[in-house]
Write a protein that binds this ligand. Sequence first.
Ligand code: ASP
Length: 384
Amino acid sequence: MENWTRRKFFLSTLAGSLAASSRRMFGASVPVGEAAFPQVGTQASFKAARPLIVCAANGFQHLNDGMEILKSGGDTLDAVLAVVTKVEDDPNDDSVGYGGLPNEDGVVELDASVMHGPTRRAGAVGSIQKIKNPSLVAKTVMEKTNHVFIVGSGAEKFAVDEGFTTMDLLTDRSRIAWLAWKASSSENWRPGLDSPEWKEKLAQLLDTPEKMAWREHIEDVVMHPQTGTINCLAVDAKGDISGTTTTSGLSWKIAGRVGDSPIIGAGLCVDNDIGAAGSTGRGEENIKISGGHTIVEMMRKGMSPTDACLEALHRVARNYKPFPERLKQFHIQFYALNKNGEYGAGSLWGMHPGGRRVQFAVHDGAKARLVPCTPLFDKEGGDY
Ligand code: ASP
């Protein structure tokens, strides 16, 4: 709490009012008693369709690319990768690939996984630097090695050996956000007491009109370490299934921290007989319940995709039984589809901070749509 208070002071004195943000962090208490839980087993499924592709909301505008591959009889893994690589390439999505927010040392470290249902194979990379498409490196691990998971400098060397190009993944906006975060955490990174610019760090960083436009965003990511990520799952007309999850992980993380995204059975799980599941949001909570695997196993027992996601969320919430008020500090979402083309998504909270509804994206062959996730608590949650 002390740390947050210091940051709040720093930002409110140096960068303008943060009334809205602080309300989110310290706001009205949210009832999180078990009585508020929706009952698993009561959630209607969406109408089944094949081929079908679902993903986190940040992939919405690229779902057509994946659906075209599915409709033309292409492979389900190629379909999901067609969606997520566009997000990895996008400098404005600061939770994935190029432009992702860095770790506490200012270095962008990416995690990704893939699973190919028809051949029952998987590949993953963790903490990989300088390669903007970790999902494609994960696919290469799957296709060209006898391993499933390669991390750190070994993953980067592997990628370079396989012909991937290295580049600086830190955009100017992400670099400035990182410097602002450092300044919020340590006085050493602010202008000195003797400086005319003392207390003016953010203004100093945002020294052009173009950069000034980033101010609200930067204040937000400094106050609320971001999670983001894209998970994408597809089933084709034959019922073959694949999935991928790719992320820059939790912003300002300790170097080498790996979240759930590249963990097979947590951030992604595909069983070609049953279905697939994936996650975005606070990976630490997902890893503890093996969310992806849990959801696939629940679907194996006959649960709808939406109910299976809610079951995983119940387990996340159960882990906070001794301190339920802490649940409102973070967000987590699960996405699932089954072999018949039924699909669903669940979110711990119904709304992002600020009141925006938590959604996911689906293309059922007719058109791409954004659909609200089924919330465990239909309230505003945290972003951590
Ligand atoms: N799940 C990712 C992680 O924990 C982050 C996210 O989805 O936002 O690394």
